[in-house]
Structure formats: structure tokens, C-alpha cells
Design a protein around this ligand. Structure first.
Ligand code: ADP
Length: 668
């Protein structure tokens, strides 16, 4: 109950507030301003019109008075002249009194002229100003001549005129004022009914309009006119505007949402980018390897691709200026602390700038790096030598990485790891392995010495026998020159054969540096078998060589590969002998593998290899033979792997014994 009271009082308050607003609104409203405007305008017009009207009436009244005075001047002078001639005072008084009775006349005086005691009759009604006076001569024909005998003086007052005009003005003003007020009020009512209340409705609708929850269309509370008027046009325009605004608002909201998402995504992306950048910076500067950010100008590459250049190396040979230009365009933009350390520089600034000095010791590396970039490779690794700022030469493993896609100006990240110690150890190891291989060869030659000696002895024996025969023939009186010639040729062949074997044995025994050349694996097998020919014969083993005439050549050290073939063949023959195989058979097959490598398989019909020894065979000092050192296969593996190949053993030979296969990459 109390609540209802409160509501009611609140409602009253709201009502009074609303009516106060209405009154205030009315005071400020168009209607009141219209009313005031109409009133002021009408009043001004009324005043002007009244003033004009009064002025006209005033003129008219003046004219009336003038005309009346004129009529007096026309009608009375004769009678007054007659009465004045006869000095008839009574008659004159009657005439003067009758003139005084005329409207607006306030004083009349008749005065005789030309005598010492002029007769004067005067009558006055009142005394007020302003006045219109008229002095009329009174004439009479005396002795045939017109003579003025007196003067009629008339004074007309404007008091009545003014009173009349005042009354008239009052009537006009009151009636016009009332009329103006009523008309204005009526206009105000009509205007309010026709326009103002609808404007208020529109204003209220607009005030309450909410884009989020739009009400229905705006409609005026009135009977619609036959043809839409200005208010209908306003309503229609407003409704159209609302629809357009709603659509625009909706579009704007959609765009805002999209923008918000876009902005959020951008912010996320930017954060991620910043983080990535930060991580990259930290990585770049704290990586435990020398890093350099480099730039070059490779604008020429697309043109070369277009021109169909595939062999950039050959192109560089033909156009050294292009290579020089590319080299000189490379600059170092940024280096990390490890680079400063590696190059023994004072600070990073010493290393930033042209990058030419990086490649002075290994120009080939830069050339190959260009080729790799030309072929769109994201990475390039190679060992190279660089010169530090103090002149020391350092071995480094250089890694170039280029972000994809690689454009003409895409920067390159150069990473360098100091491998000087590693290279030194590796060189030492290589030297040791070379020495070991050499020792292996010497031991192999030792094993074969008897055969080799026999191999050399045989042609030497033939040479000696031939020389003896020739000497006998030459001692004859007629030496048989044709036979001598024939035997000389045979002798020469035998001597060459002996010399050949010595050369090969020497070559195998020599401690020369490994030397790579393009050779045929079939030739290597032939030469190895030549060295072993006596051994083979002595052991009574059947050895077959199945060549591959069209196999590509390989880039290898001839002596080392001979050593491998001799080793594997001797091993096979030893295995055959150790098991007393009667018809020993060894087959050497050259082939091209599916991967394009050139392989050599040496298989026998011996006992094969024990399954559990298969994984141990290539270990150093693994041997099953008495007096064996167990180095032969280990040396073979070192040699083959140093040539970038692989060697393996199994028991898959079709001959029934062991099978050793090594494969080497084609060199052409
Ligand atoms: P060594 O000949 O001094 O024993 P190798 O390294 O040449 O050393 O050989 C290691 C071992 O491999 C040999 O002792 C032998 O047991 C085994 N082996 C090598 N070739 C063959 C083969 N063709 N058949 C059977 N076993 C073999």
C-alpha cells in the first residue's frame, strides 16, 4: 500500500514534471514564438494601417473645415457687408452667432475697416489650440467701385477633429488587437494540431530510438491526408533514414567485429613476430657458433635461368667477370659475439662490410655456394678455410642457410664452426689409415712375395733362354736373322712383362700419398689378378672376372682399390685352401647398382662366414686364421669408405661360399 502511495506520488511528481516540461516546452516552443511573431507583426501592421487611416481622416477633416470656411467665405460676406454698411449691429450679431454654431468654428469676429472707431462684433465659443484661421474681406460697391468695408475673421479649432480621431484610433486598435490576438491564437491552435504535436511525436520517437532494439516504423497519430503532405514526407524520409541507419549500423557492427578480430589477430601476430624476432636475436647472438648475416645481389640469376643456363660452373668459367661481380656484391650486415671471437676481431664493426676476405682461402667454396643458391637450395654445407684478422688460418665448417623462397636479395645466414682441431685429428687419422693401408699392402706383398718372385723369374728365365739362343744363332756363319728378329720380339715381351710386374709391385709397396683419378673398376680387377696370377696358378683355383664394359668410371686411388681387390681375392683363396676345397672357384663381377654406383662382388665356393662373425669381420684384429692379423678387411673398409662407398659381406653367393661386395659412386 505504502508502495502504491509512493508510486502514486512518484506518478504525480512525474506528471507535474511532464506538465512543467510541456509548459517550459511551450514557452520555448515554436507555437509561442509564432504567436509572438504574428502578434508583433500584426500590431506593427495595425499601427501602421491605423496611422495611415488616422492621417487620411485627419486630412479629410481638415479639408472639411477648409471647405466649411470656404462656404462661409462664399455665403456670409454679402449679408455681413450689407449689415456692416448699415451698421446693423443686431443683424451682425445674429450672423456671427449663426457662423459660430457651425461645427469646429470657435471664434468669429467682424471688424469694420477704414474708420476711426471701427465697429467690431466678436463671438467665441472656447479657447484652444491649434486653430485654423481665415480672414475674409467684406466688400461693397460704393459709388460704382468695389470697396473693402470690413474683415470677417474666423477661427476654427481642431479639438473635435482630434477627439474624433482619438476615438477612432481607440476603436481601431482595440478591435484590430482583439482580432489579431484571436487570429494568432487560432493559427497557433491550427499549427499545433497540424504540425507541432506531430513534430513532438517525431522528436519523442527519435529521442527514444535505439539502434540495438529498433521499434517499429514512425507513424503519426492522425487521419492520413488524401495525398501525402510535407509531414508524411518527413516521416517517410525519417523511416528510410532509420532503415538506412540500421543497415549501416549493422554493417558497421559487422565491420567492427571483423576489425576487432583483425586487430586481435594482428596484435597476436605482432606479438608472435616480436617474440620470434627476440628469440632470433637471442639465438643469433648467443649461439655457440659464429653467425653472420650476409646480403648479396643475385639479380642476374633469373635472367640466367631464363636463358637456360643450367651449369653455372661452366658459365662462371666463360664469364669470370660475372663471378667477380657476384663476389664483390656480398656484404656482412651483422655478426654475433662468437664471430668476433673466431676472427680475433676487436669488435663486430671490424667484420661488418664487404665479405670478400671470408673466401680468400677457399674461393671454390663460394663458387659452389653460388651454384647451390642458383639451384634454389635452402642449405649449403662445406668445410673451408678462413683467415682470421691476426693472419691465422682456421678450418671451419661453413653452413649457409637461406629462407625460402629465395629472391634476388634474400639474406643468407652464414654459420661457422671452428673445426681446426678436428681437421688436425682427422688428417692425422687419415695419415694413420694411409700408413696402415700401406702396412697392409706391404704385408700382402710379403705374403705374395714368393708368387711375385716366381712371376718375375719366369719372364726373366725366358729372356735369359732367348738371349742364349740368339747368341748361338748369331755365332753361326749365316745367322738366321728372321728367327733372331722373332725371338727378339718375344724376349722384349717377356722383359716387359717382368718390368710390368716390378712396376706394379713397386707401386703397391710405395708409400705415396693417395691420388684420385678417373679409372675403370674392371682395369683395377685386371691389374690385381695380374699380380695374383702365379698365386692363383699355384693354388689351382679357378678365378673368373666378369666385367661390365659400359660401367661408368670412378674417381679413386688405383693402388688402394687394387689392394682391396687383391685382399678380398687372397682371402677367398685362403678360405678355399683352409677347408681343402678341391675345385676352388672365385668370381669377380663388376656391375652398376640401381642407385647408379659401380659395384664389385667377389664370391667363392668356400665355407662361407659363420653367421655370428658377419658383424665382426670388418673390425680391426678380427681373424679366424692362424697367423692372420685381422687387419685386411678393416683396411678394405677404411679405403672404400674414404672413397664414399660401402663394403659388406654375406653368404648369399650362388657359388655357395662367402660374398663380399663393395660399391663406389660413379665419378662421371
Ligand atoms: P686375416 O686374413 O688376417 O684373418 P682379414 O681381415 O683379411 O684378416 O680377415 C678376417 C677374417 O674374415 C678371416 O680370418 C676369416 O675368418 C674371414 N674371412 C675373410 N674372407 C673370407 C672368405 N672369403 N670366406 C670365409 N671367411 C673369410
Amino acid at each position: 500500500m505504502a508502495r502504491r502511495n509512493t508510486d502514486a506520488s512518484a506518478g504525480d511528481d512525474a506528471g507535474s514534471a511532464a506538465s512543467w516540461r510541456t509548459v517550459a516546452g511551450l514557452r520555448r516552443g515554436i507555437g509561442v514564438r509564432l504567436l509572438i511573431g504574428v502578434l508583433i507583426f500584426s500590431s506593427v501592421i495595425t499601427l501602421i494601417m491605423t496611422a495611415v487611416q488616422l492621417y487620411m481622416d485627419y486630412r479629410y477633416d481638415l479639408d472639411q473645415i477648409e471647405r466649411r470656411l470656404d462656404e462661409i467665405g462664399e455665403g456670409y460676406p454679402d449679408i455681413i457687408g450689407e449689415s456692416l454698411w448699415h451698421l446693423d449691429r443686431e443683424q451682425l450679431r445674429i450672423v456671427v452667432e449663426s457662423i459660430l454654431k457651425l461645427p469646429d468654428v470657435q471664434a468669429v469676429t467682424v471688424r469694420e475697416t477704414g474708420t476711426g472707431h471701427p465697429l467690431q462684433i466678436m463671438a467665441r465659443r472656447r479657447q484652444s489650440t491649434p486653430v485654423i484661421t481665415r480672414e475674409l474681406p467684406i466688400n461693397r460697391v460704393v459709388e460704382g467701385k468695389l470697396k473693402q468695408i470690413g474683415t470677417l475673421y474666423i477661427e476654427a479649432a481642431l479639438t473635435d477633429v482630434y477627439r474624433r480621431l482619438m476615438g477612432e484610433a481607440l476603436v481601431i486598435l482595440v478591435s484590430q488587437g482583439a482580432k489579431t490576438f484571436l487570429v494568432s491564437l487560432f493559427i497557433l491552435l491550427i499549427f499545433s494540431r497540424l504540425v507541432t504535436r506531430h513534430l513532438a511525436t517525431i522528436a519523442q520517437f527519435m529521442r527514444r530510438y535505439d539502434f540495438h532494439h529498433p521499434a517499429g516504423a514512425l507513424a503519426l497519430k492522425r487521419r492520413p491526408p488524401a495525398t501525402p503532405d510535407e509531414l508524411d514526407q518527413v516521416v517517410m524520409s525519417f523511416n528510410d533514414l532509420c532503415t538506412n541507419l540500421r543497415v549501416a549500423y549493422h554493417n558497421q557492427q559487422t565491420a567492427n567485429e571483423a576489425l576487432k578480430l583483425d586487430v586481435a589477430m594482428r596484435i597476436r601476430n605482432e606479438d608472435a613476430l616480436r617474440e620470434a624476432e627476440q628469440r632470433y636475436r637471442e639465438l643469433f647472438h648467443n649461439m655457440p657458433m659464429a653467425l653472420m648475416l650476409m646480403r648479396g645481389n643475385f639479380d642476374i640469376f633469373p635472367a640466367l635461368h631464363k636463358a637456360g643456363v643450367t651449369d653455372l660452373n661452366a658459365y662462371f668459367d666463360a664469364h669470370p667477370d660475372v663471378l667477380r661481380r657476384l663476389m664483390s656484391a656480398i656484404t656482412v650486415d651483422e655478426v654475433n659475439a662468437r664471430s668476433v671471437e673466431l676472427f680475433r676481431a676487436r669488435d663486430a664493426a671490424q667484420l661488418v662490410g664487404p665479405a670478400g676476405r671470408l673466401w680468400t682461402e677457399s674461393p671454390g667454396t663460394l663458387r659452389r655456394a653460388f651454384e647451390s643458391r642458383y639451384h634454389g637450395e635452402a642449405r649449403f654445407d662445406e668445410e673451408m678455410k678462413v683467415v682470421a684478422l691476426d693472419g691465422r688460418v682456421i678450418d671451419v665448417l661453413c653452413t649457409l642457410s637461406r629462407p625460402q623462397p629465395i629472391g634476388s636479395h634474400t639474406p643468407t645466414l652464414l654459420g661457422m664452426i671452428d673445426i681446426t682441431d678436428r681437421v688436425r685429428v682427422r688428417d692425422k687419422l687419415q695419415q694413420l689409415e694411409t700408413d696402415l693401408a700401406h702396412a697392409g699392402r706391404i704385408s700382402l706383398l710379403g705374403e705374395l712375395m714368393a708368387s711375385i718372385a716366381h712371376e718375375i723369374n719366369q719372364p726373366l728365365g725366358a729372356v735369359a733362354a732367348s738371349a742364349q739362343a740368339m747368341q748361338n744363332w748369331l755365332n753361326r756363319p749365316e745367322p738366321p736373322l728372321d728367327e733372331v728378329r722373332e725371338l727378339t720380339a718375344l724376349t722384349l715381351a717377356s722383359a716387359r712383362r717382368a718390368s710390368d710386374i716390378i712396376v706394379r709391385t713397386r707401386a703397391m709397396a710405395a708409400k705415396s700419398k693417395p691420388r684420385r683419378e678417373l679409372i675403370r673398376l674392371d682395369e683395377v680387377v685386371d691389374e690385381a689378378l695380374l699380380l695374383l696370377s702365379h698365386e692363383i696358378q699355384a693354388r689351382g683355383v679357378e678365378v673368373w672376372h666378369r666385367p661390365a664394359i659400359f660401367a661408368p668410371r670412378i674417381m679413386a686411388d688405383r693402388t688402394q682399390l687394387q689392394q682391396v681387390v687383391v685382399n678380398l681375392t687372397v682371402n677367398a683363396m685362403q678360405a678355399l685352401a683352409s677347408h681343402g676345397v678341391r675345385h676352388g672357384k672365385v668370381v669377380l663381377t663388376i656391375a652398376v647398382t640401381a642407385a647408379g654406383q659401380v659395384s664389385c662382388t667377389i664370391e667363392d665356393n668356400g665355407p662361407g662366414i659363420r653367421e655370428d662373425n658377419l658383424t665382426l669381420l670388418f673390425n680391426r684384429f678380427f681373424t679366424t686364421s692362424e697367423g692372420g692379423m685381422g687387419l685386411g678387411l678393416a683396411i678394405c673398409r677404411t679405403i672404400i669408405e674414404a672413397h664414399g662407398g660401402r663394403i659388406e659381406a654375406d653368404n648369399e653367393s650362388t657359388l655357395g661360399g662367402a660374398r663380399f661386395t663393395f660399391a663406389l659412386p660413379a665419378g662421371e
